[in-house]
Design a protein around this ligand. Structure first.
Ligand SMILES: *Cc1c(COP(=O)(O)O)cnc(C)c1O
Length: 396
C-alpha cells in the first residue's frame, strides 16, 4: 500500500520539476532546420538567455549536460599546462577540476571544506603569491549542489582585483541560475556556465557558456580549440547550422523558449524573491526540527545557504530509509548525500525552478511524517514553522 500516487515532486535536485507548458512546447513534429521559425527564433532566444544571466556579452549553447559546459568553458580559454585555481566548496568544485585535468590543465585546489563558503581573503593571498602569473583562471561554483553552500561571487571578484591579478573569473551556476541572484556583468564574471535542467526548468541536454570580451582574448591565446567546443562559430554563426556545430536540439529549444517566456512573465527579481522565501521556509523547518536531536542543516550560516537546494545532516544512517519512505509512500523524491561521507547520513531537498509554496510546504510536512516513521529524533512542528514564514511574507 502507498500514498504516493498522484502528482510527484522530484527534488533530487536536478533535473528539476518541469512545467506543463515546457513539456507541451515539445509535443510537435520536427521543424525544418534550414529556414523558417526555428532559425528565426534564435536571436530572441539568445537575447532572453543572456538577460537571465544579466549579461550583454556572448552566449554559446551546446548540446550537452553540465559536464559538457565545464569542458566547453575550459577548452576555450585554457591550454594544456595552464594552471587554474579551483576554489572548492564541495563535490562539484572538484568535478570541474577533474574535467580540466583531463584536458591537460593543472588545477590547484584551494579547499574550503563542505560547510563554509569560499574565503575571498585566501583567494587574494594565493593570487598575490603567483608573481609569475601562472594562474590563468579561478573557478568558482556559486552554489555547490552537493553541500548547498553558496559563495559570494562579487567578493571573489574583488579579491582577484585586490591581488592585482588578471586571472579570469569562471563561475559555475548550473545549480542556481534563475534561483540565486546572478549579475554576470555587474559582478565582473568573465565566464559563466550553466545547464538547462535545474533553475531553467528545461529537460537535461543543453549546456550554456556565457563569456565576455576578456575571456574571448584568452580564447585568442589558445592554440587549438576543438571543432565542437569552439564558442566562436556558436556566437557568430554565419548560418543556423553553426549555432550547434550540426543539427539543432530542436525540441529542447522549444522547451527553453517556453521556459524563458515563463521567466519573463514572472520577472527575474520576483523569481529570486520567491526562491528566497521558499528557502527560508525550508530552513525554518529544519532549524526547528533540529532543536531536539541530531538533525542539522549542512550550511550553518544563513547568508551562505543557497536558495536552490538544501543539504541536510541526519546524524545517523537513516537518510536512505527516509528518502525511500518519502518516495515510495508519499511521491516525494529527495536527493542523495552526494559527495558526503557516509552518504546515508545526508540528503538534499531541491527547491529550484518550478516550485511554489504548496510544493515546499507539502514536501516539508512529508519529511516531518517521514522523520517520525523512520525514527529520526526531532522537535515536532517544523512544517508549521515553515508555514509561518510563508504567512509572514504574503498578504491575504
Ligand atoms: C548538476 C550540476 C553539475 C553537473 O551537471 P550535469 O548536467 O550532471 O553534468 C555541475 N555543477 C553544478 C553546480 C551542478 O549543480
Amino acid at each position: 500500500m502507498s500514498l504516493g500516487n498522484g502528482r510527484t515532486y522530484l527534488a533530487i535536485p536536478g533535473p528539476s520539476v518541469m512545467p506543463e507548458r515546457v513539456i507541451r512546447a515539445m509535443m510537435r513534429a520536427a521543424p525544418n532546420i534550414y529556414h523558417g521559425e526555428l532559425p528565426d527564433m534564435m536571436p530572441d532566444l539568445i537575447r532572453d538567455l543572456k538577460s537571465v544571466a544579466r549579461t550583454r556579452h556572448n552566449a554559446a549553447i551546446y548540446i550537452c549536460n553540465g559536464h559538457g559546459a565545464w569542458e566547453a568553458a575550459a577548452a576555450n580559454v585554457l591550454s594544456p599546462g595552464d594552471k587554474v585555481l579551483v576554489a572548492s566548496t564541495g563535490r562539484f568544485s572538484h568535478g570541474w577540476a577533474e574535467v580540466a585535468r583531463s584536458l591537460g590543465i593543472e588545477p590547484e585546489i584551494l579547499e574550503f571544506g563542505l560547510r563554509s563558503p569560499i574565503d575571498p581573503e585566501r583567494v587574494k593571498e594565493r593570487l598575490a603569491a603567483d608573481t609569475e602569473g601562472r594562474i590563468r583562471a579561478v573557478t568558482v561554483v556559486q552554489t555547490d549542489t552537493s553541500t548547498s553552500v553558496r559563495s559570494d561571487v562579487p567578493a571573489i571578484r574583488r579579491a582577484i582585483d585586490a591581488a592585482g591579478h588578471d586571472a579570469l573569473l569562471m563561475v559555475d551556476s548550473i545549480a542556481c541560475l534563475g534561483c540565486d541572484v546572478m549579475e554576470m556583468d555587474a559582478w565582473g564574471v568573465d565566464v559563466l556556465v550553466t545547464a538547462s535542467q535545474k533553475g531553467l526548468m528545461t529537460p537535461p541536454g543543453l549546456g550554456f557558456v556565457f563569456y565576455n570580451d576578456k575571456a574571448d582574448r584568452w580564447r585568442e591565446a589558445v592554440k587549438s580549440v576543438s571543432y565542437y567546443w569552439d564558442w566562436r562559430p556558436r556566437t557568430e554563426p554565419d548560418y543556423f547550422y553553426r549555432y550547434f556545430a550540426g543539427t539543432a536540439p530542436t525540441h529542447l529549444l522549444y522547451a527553453l523558449r517556453e521556459a524563458l517566456d515563463m521567466i519573463a512573465e514572472e520577472g527575474l527579481e520576483q523569481i529570486w524573491w520567491r526562491h528566497g522565501i521558499l528557502a527560508q521556509a525550508v530552513w525554518a523547518a529544519f532549524e526547528h526540527w533540529g532543536e531536539e536531536g541530531p538533525l542539522e542543516l549542512n550550511a550553518p550560516d544563513r547568508s551562505f545557504r543557497s536558495h536552490a537546494v538544501t543539504g541536510v545532516r541526519v546524524g545517523s544512517d537513516k537518510a536512505t530509509e527516509l528518502r525511500n519512505w518519502c518516495e515510495n509512500q508519499a511521491g516525494l523524491t529527495l536527493g542523495i548525500g552526494l559527495g558526503m561521507e557516509p552518504t546515508d547520513h545526508f540528503f538534499r531537498l531541491g527547491h529550484m525552478g518550478h516550485v511554489n509554496a504548496q510544493m515546499v510546504l507539502g514536501a516539508l510536512a512529508t519529511i516531518e511524517a517521514g522523520l517520525k516513521t523512520v525514527g529520526i529524533p526531532h522537535a515536532r512542528g517544523g512544517a508549521e514553522a515553515a508555514g509561518e514564514v510563508i504567512a509572514r511574507n504574503t498578504s491575504p
